[in-house]
Ligand binder design. Sequence first.
Ligand code: G
Ligand code: G
Ligand code: MN
Ligand code: NA
Length: 253
Amino acid sequence: DLTAMFADATRLEEELVVFYQPQLAAGETRVVGVEALVRWRHPERGILPPMDFLTMVEDNGLMAELSFHVLRRAVTEAAGWSCDGVPLRISVNLSTSTLVHPDLLLAVEDALEVGGLVPGRLVLEVTETTLMSDPDTALEITRRLTSRGVQLSIDDYGTGYSSLAYLTDLPASELKLDRAFTRRLLAEPRTTAIVAATVALSHRLGLRVVAEGVEDADTLRVLARLGADESQGFLHSRPLPPTDFAAWLSAQP
Ligand code: G
Ligand code: G
Ligand code: MN
Ligand code: NA
């Protein structure tokens, strides 16, 4: 079923869709970016989250194809979005197999051209685990990408076993603090200390910090006080289809 969908360009366009979740400047109502999150609009089973099909995509060797489709689609759909006249950044997730794919740079160039996007507005999210699985290769590839002008984000930071010091060689401009920290922030003083230290070190290294999984206003207040730059989570909005996201965006104060 999955391989049949990938083999049919029309089905791919109709079924492999992208949802968008906003990122806001911490403590403000200003929207600064969107994360593109893939969904399978299954003809019988409805909208499926990545958890239900990404492993199958990977096992069938179709991950790069999925990523290139999402990249192109997200850049095309989101290129026109702005807040207070400032165009939004567009963040796209890259798996390990996509990061090392020989056609990645070409796919990025193609998406930028098709969408008419300034390279600096595209953010490629790569997890800490992917970056650390082969650090030398990751360094080489991410340097090539960022020299083209796109941004690198370290996703799910804190779930792997790397030290931030080890990640400093990477040409990243953003760090996404894993939602495990966000979730525990109000209940655990130790987590407050870890987040405060991570934010401080990130800033010294020139990285902006995006907190993931922000679900309540109290947590957001603490994150802003600790210096997190931006927040993403259900508090602001769930991931939405493009038309719903555009409506949400225009309804922002
Ligand atoms: O979308 P959800 O909201 O359920 O996302 C679950 C996971 O799937 C996240 O860890 C996210 O990074 C991953 N994911 C979502 N979209 C993509 C995509 O386009 N490519 C890759 N490689 N992972 C994605
Ligand atoms: O790539 P990444 O793992 O960061 O993908 C973001 C994931 O987090 C998606 O699965 C998205 O649906 C989910 N998510 C986004 N906001 C929230 C939130 O506020 N709470 C929780 N529990 N999950 C969230
Ligand atoms: Mn992500
Ligand atoms: Na993440």
